[in-house]
Write a protein that binds this ligand. Structure first.
Ligand SMILES: [Zn+2]
Length: 351
């Protein structure tokens, strides 16, 4: 298996202010642990390109794109209290979206079997005409709409394992039955959305799955959700590609949240996604980086995911993780969701 890793030094070229958790070191530390693997045939470094305005406009309102471009000229304005718009970030955000596109494009063309976009700024909190949560443009949606328009792909599954709910991605696809959005996230936590009953609307009803996890939930809880809900639904959905919004802020040492995933959680998740993709869509997996603010968590987590996608071993736990135990609350929540969703997904009935 060949895995492409998309990265550019330009992703390090902006700063959200002193002490801000979304800092360039996140990517620098991930690159450092990945670097030794670029000598191997299984891991290939790919250069991103700049997303065009046309690429952005497949997802975002032109008034919103214009606003970000304008704010980025002087770099003094804020999108929201935690999301300043630094000078020049418009170009870097386009290169970030273009990094996601490059990952999808390389997979679609068969240049690599799977790809990981090691990019910033992240994207899953950005909707059609809004941003926030350190996000300006929705990278994964821009990549999906590129694959749809350029390569004729029709159906996409998104697994969003960032600790925060991807409200932007959900909003973009809430009424769309061609994109299955599946998110696990800590609740309560920013942005405050992503409840069990948010299942999509209109033609998209049944194609949006939110699994809120209580603080303290572990990797065992998350993997249970993936096995019990994501796997049967995605088998029935039959996507042309499995896309992942991969945040590493559910890692137990992350400063912004209180879930308790281990590094090996990300290796196991990578293997599960890869084997589902092998079964359903020619192995095509496109992973896009979202959050992750502990430098060990994001770097070793990215490495674990990339190695799992490449079929290689090598999980390193920099710190001993807490016991990875399945909780009764999560088992009960999954069974409730199965009842709600079995109306749309026959594979869940009776289970
Ligand atoms: Zn996050």
């Amino acid at each position: 298996m060949r895995v492409g890793v998309v990265f550019s030094e330009r992703y390090l070229e902006y700063d959200l202010g002193f002490g801000h958790p979304e800092r360039p070191q996140r990517l620098r530390s991930a690159l450092r642990v990945l670097e030794p693997y670029f000598d191997r045939p299984e891991v290939v470094l790919l250069e991103p390109f700049m997303a065009s305005e046309e690429d952005l406009l497949r997802v975002h309102a032109s008034s919103y794109v214009k606003m970000i471009r304008g704010m980025s000229v002087h770099g003094t304005a804020y999108l929201t209290a935690d999301t300043p718009v630094p000078k020049g970030v418009y170009e870097i955000a386009r290169l970030s979206a273009g990094g996601a596109i490059k990952a999808g494009d390389a997979v679609a063309k068969g240049e690599v079997d799977r790809a990981f976009a090691l990019i910033r700024p992240p994207g899953h909190h950005a909707g059609r005409d809004y941003g926030g949560g350190f996000c300006y443009f929705n990278n994964i949606a821009i990549m999906i709409e590129y694959l749809r328009s350029v390569h004729g792909f029709k159906r996409f599954a998104i697994l969003d394992w960032d600790v925060h709910h991807g409200n932007g991605t959900q909003d973009i696809y809430y009424e769309d039955p061609t994109v299955l959005y599946f998110s696990t996230h800590q609740y309560p936590l920013y942005p405050g959305t992503g409840m069990l009953d948010e299942i999509g609307r209109g033609e998209g009803e049944g194609y949006n799955v939110d699994v809120p996890l209580p603080p303290g939930s572990t990797g065992a809880d998350f993997l249970y959700v993936v096995n019990q809900l994501f796997a049967p639904i995605v088998r029935e959905f039959r996507p042309d590609a499995i896309c992942v919004s991969a945040g590493y802020d559910a890692y137990f040492r992350d400063p912004l949240a209180s879930l308790r995933f281990a590094i090996r959680t990300y290796a196991e998740a990578g293997r599960l996604v890869a084997s589902l993709a092998d079964e359903l869509c020619g192995g095509r997996v496109v992973v896009v980086l979202e959050g992750g603010y502990d430098l060990d968590g994001v770097s070793k987590g990215v490495l674990a995911t990339v190695l799992a996608l490449a079929g290689l071993d090598g999980v390193e736990e920099p710190y001993r993780p807490p016991e990875q135990k399945l909780s009764d609350v999560v088992v009960e929540r999954v069974s409730r969701l199965k009842k709600i969703l079995s109306k749309y997904w026959g594979g869940l009935a009776g289970g």
